[in-house]
Write a protein that binds this ligand. Sequence first.
Ligand SMILES: Cc1cc2nc3c(=O)[nH]c(=O)nc-3n(C[C@H](O)[C@H](O)[C@H](O)COP(=O)(O)O)c2cc1C
Length: 194
Amino acid sequence: MDVYQAITARRTIRRFQQKPIDPAVLERIVNAGRVAPSGGNCQPVEFILVTEPDLCRQVFATTAWAGGVAPRRTPKPGQEPTAWVIVLLNSQRGPVTAAADAAAAIENMLLTAVEAGLGSCWIGSVQRNKLTPILSIPDHCTIDSVVAFGYPDESPMAEDTDDDIAYYLDDNDVLHVPKRKLKDVLHHQRYGSS
Ligand SMILES: Cc1cc2nc3c(=O)[nH]c(=O)nc-3n(C[C@H](O)[C@H](O)[C@H](O)COP(=O)(O)O)c2cc1C
């Protein structure tokens, strides 16, 4: 699988098989986050890898899923993520472009997961105050996002849209993810020129 294939094949996954993930694969995913671009090369991004089942359950309880179709894409019992990466920003590292650095690291991890046959869900809707003590996160670190991982148990579809960007579930419970067309987001030379 080349990088472009991974990029286009990746979809957010919110139903997971309960098959364990090889720890070496998870470390490879985090390593892909580690080497992401960083403004000024400050590298404020740190990671907590959570795989212990009881801790996974506690992380899951702090997260919110697919607000656009809630609660129909919150993983049901037996469909939860089997691993989590908590993405932290360390304020002691001069985070000049902290949020962008975190986003670059996260996307690297999502794509590396695709290559390994894993699904993922980038989650910004997390109860940070609740999760911080659960994971013993120190004062100089804040939670940017959490990322859920696991073997996929659904096959969402991306499709081009003219206007309506609301994702939806069809009659077969398949998630459809509308994407704005290339011609509508790409401007050649000057804005408005196709
Ligand atoms: C910054 C960010 C925060 C997100 N937060 C959540 C979230 O809290 N819960 C969730 O279920 N999905 C979340 N998502 C996933 C988006 O809903 C998803 O990327 C979008 O619907 C497009 O689907 P796709 O990833 O399959 O292209 C988030 C994505 C991003 C980039």
